[in-house]
Structures are given as C-alpha cells and as structure tokens.
Design a protein around this ligand. Sequence first.
Ligand code: SAH
Length: 245
Amino acid sequence: MSRIYVVGMGPGKEEMMTVEAIRTLEKADLIVGYTAYIELLGERFRDKEMMSTPMRREEERCRLCFEKAVEGRQVALICSGDAGIYGMASLMYEIGKEYPDTELEIISGVTAACSGAAVLGAPLNHDFCVISLSDLLTRWETIEKRLAAAAAGDFAIALYNPASHKRKDHLKRACDILLQYMEEERPCGYVENIGREGTKAVTCTLRDLRERQLNMFTTVFIGNSGSEIINGKLVTKRGYICGRN
Ligand code: SAH
C-alpha cells in the first residue's frame, strides 16, 4: 500500500504552517504543487525534489502524484490554506478510485477564512458561511442562490475568489444580491496577501465594498446584522455583552 499526503500549507509563510504539515513535508521525497506554492516553500525544503504543473492543470497534477506513489516515491501534494477547502483533497479521492493500492492522508492547514479573519479582527466569531465567487466549476446561478441564502440566514460570510483576470464584476454582482437583504452600512472588510509580503487589511461598508476592484489574492468578509467596527477591527459578536444575537 502506498500513501500520498495531501498537505494544506496555510496562507503563505512558514510560521503559519502547522507542525504536522512541516513534518510531513520533511518526510516526503517528492513535493508536488502549483508553481506559486512551491515557490512559497522557503529554503527549508530546497533539498526535496519538486514537481509543479501550471494552474488549471489540477487533474494532471493529481495523476502525477498517484503515478509517482505507485513507483515507490513518498509524495506530498501541497495546497494553499487547507487542502479540503477549495483545494485538491476531493479530486484526489475521486481519482484515487483508479488507484486502490494507494491511500490518502489529508493534513489540514489554516484556511484563508481563518488566517484572514485574524488579521481583520474577529469577523467570523458566530455562525458563518464560506462562499467562492469563482464560476469556473460552479454555475453562477448556484453562487447567487447561496449568497442570498447566507444573507437571509444572517450569517457572517467569507468570500473566496472575489475576482480573477476574466471576471472583474463578480464582487459587485455579489454585493448587489447581499444588498437586497442587508443595509448599505453593513460592516465589511477584506485582506489581501494574508501571511505573505504586502498583507493589507481594510474595513469598509457593504456600499463601499461594491465599488472595490479586488484581486484574486484577497479574502472578503461580510459581517452579520450585529457586527461592528471596533478600533478599526471588524468584530462579529457572540452576544456576551449586548444580549442575544
Ligand atoms: N485552499 C485555499 C483556498 C483556495 S481558493 C484555502 O484554504 O485558503 C483561492 C482563494 O482563497 C483566493 O482567491 C482568496 O480568496 C483565498 N486566499 C487563499 N490564500 C490567500 C492569501 N494568502 N491571502 C488572501 N486570500 C487568500
């Protein structure tokens, strides 16, 4: 039986990787991943063989892992954040059906919703939803339905993939849906380059957010009806002081 480790490496810098992720990568003799993530792995893993495939070639990357594992290599596939949150873990299980002699071990990592929330304050400190605005693999109508349901349920929301080169207006369209349920003054925020050089955190209202052109290295946070900006931090309260949510 061979085994592949699917490792969430957190948002970027090594300090934000779990000890388990670091130990797993140290044990591996082949690290596979998207080029940009391999570059983020610092000097520490320079002696490992690294293989990368470009973005959008996810299936190819997964198959490569299985083929190398069958050859006897100790393979670790790396994903940013957590491998089971818009990562490769599920695709690995799907492709893994064709490789019954290889088992998978998923090593969890700090997802952008958590690492970004920590930079911004405490925006997710009550019930929350995570929604990706990428319609590459999900129909836009489904995304709209989920945005509306999250807003109707008064969830705090973390938005992944707020933009890409091709999709410039997704965030604006998402805000328009949220504005059907939320007031324009709803406290929001976003964090760019979490755990990487150039980390930037901004708090704003939902009205302002609608006008922002954000890039793909940004995670967006929408407060719930009780969220507040306290000393520049976006805070979703649990209800200790001001009564029940
Ligand atoms: N598996 C990753 C998510 C991949 S989807 C995780 O668990 O974090 C890619 C989206 O994640 C980006 O568009 C952005 O919204 C968010 N993201 C991932 N890393 C980020 C970082 N370092 N800074 C800001 N946003 C990030």
